[in-house]
Write a new protein. Structure first.
Length: 132
């Protein structure tokens, strides 16, 4: 049904040095953790890849660093992540979705290219759990 073990062996190896981050307990079927990094633009980026070569990226940053979304080329709808407002942007120019929301003192943005997985991405976002 697409459920994955929380912090499986591959995730553990890639994230074993990390602290203070969020990780999904649920992934859509066929996706696996490919890489994770911390860089200057975003605090944390986690990349999942599917067996069909689609990608899901989770960006986690400080609440003061709200990413800009081009509202001229994107259509968006309001959705709910754990009873909070979130915004799902459809970027037809780049054939991607962007899911954006604030939780506690963090801003999350999930980008994904598999348009058939919209509900799965919302489910994945709702499964994010804090790792100390």
């Amino acid at each position: 049904d697409g459920a994955v073990a929380f912090r499986d062996d591959a995730a553990y190896e890639l994230l074993k040095e990390w602290t203070d981050y969020w990780y999904p307990e649920y992934l859509p079927e066929g996706y696996y953790l490919l890489t994770a990094e911390i860089n200057d633009d975003f605090d944390k980026i986690i990349l999942f890849k599917s067996t069909e070569d689609n990608e899901i990226r989770i960006y986690e940053t400080n609440a003061g660093n709200m990413p800009e979304i081009d509202k001229d080329t994107n259509v968006y709808e309001e959705v709910y992540i754990n009873s909070g407002n979130a915004y799902l942007f459809s970027d037809s120019e780049h054939q991607k979705y962007h899911l954006l929301w604030k939780a506690e003192d963090r801003i999350f943005r999930i980008t994904f290219s598999d348009f058939d997985k919209k509900e799965e991405i919302i489910k994945m976002a709702g499964s994010l759990k804090y790792i100390k």
